[in-house]
Write a protein that binds this ligand. Sequence first.
Ligand SMILES: C[S@@+](CC[C@H](N)C(=O)[O-])C[C@H]1O[C@@H](n2cnc3c(N)ncnc32)[C@H](O)[C@@H]1O
Length: 189
Amino acid sequence: MPYELKSARYLARDILLRAVRPGDTVVDATMGNGHDTLFLAGQVGPEGHVYAFDIQADAVESTRKLLAEQNLSDRVTLLCRSHAELVEAVPAGVAAVVFNLGWLPGGDHSITTLCASTEKAVSAALEILKPGGVVTVCAYPGHAEGTRELEMLTDRLASLSNREYNVLRHTFLNAGPGAPECFVIQKNF
Ligand SMILES: C[S@@+](CC[C@H](N)C(=O)[O-])C[C@H]1O[C@@H](n2cnc3c(N)ncnc32)[C@H](O)[C@@H]1O
């Protein structure tokens, strides 16, 4: 199959395929319908673990079903709580934290990730990363809260010390206004 430069999520997946190893502990900060959780559960293998967050019970239920169908439930902890509580819920030393911002596909568009809690959660994610670990954030500035999140992420991530982190911002330059973006932050070894 030819390589396709298709979407912000594909870019994040490419990075995660390299960064996440069998036995790792990782976090899906926005589980939604569970596709990223399932992918991460496959990557960490039977010795690894995934912590997945969502504030919507429907999202947790869809993900629970998806994992059960694939026999992967026992390597995932599903949390119906905000990713702003990441530090309280997840032990430090994770290999990756994955954010796919916005609303639940097929769900209520008024329930979306919010700038203030996203900022808190991204800071928490950076805190619990192990050396060499990565945070990926797919951001969608095609709506007002998404624009605020993109501006916050750009300012916050640009201010990180390059002695501690490397930060990449992937932009689809010819996709017009509102195109998704993918940020990748790696904690230095
Ligand atoms: C774009 S969807 C995620 C898609 C998902 N990664 C997948 O593979 O299907 C964003 C999700 O973030 C959730 N969300 C919104 N605010 C949140 C918060 N504070 N903490 C955790 N999840 C949140 C929404 O309920 C929604 O399900």
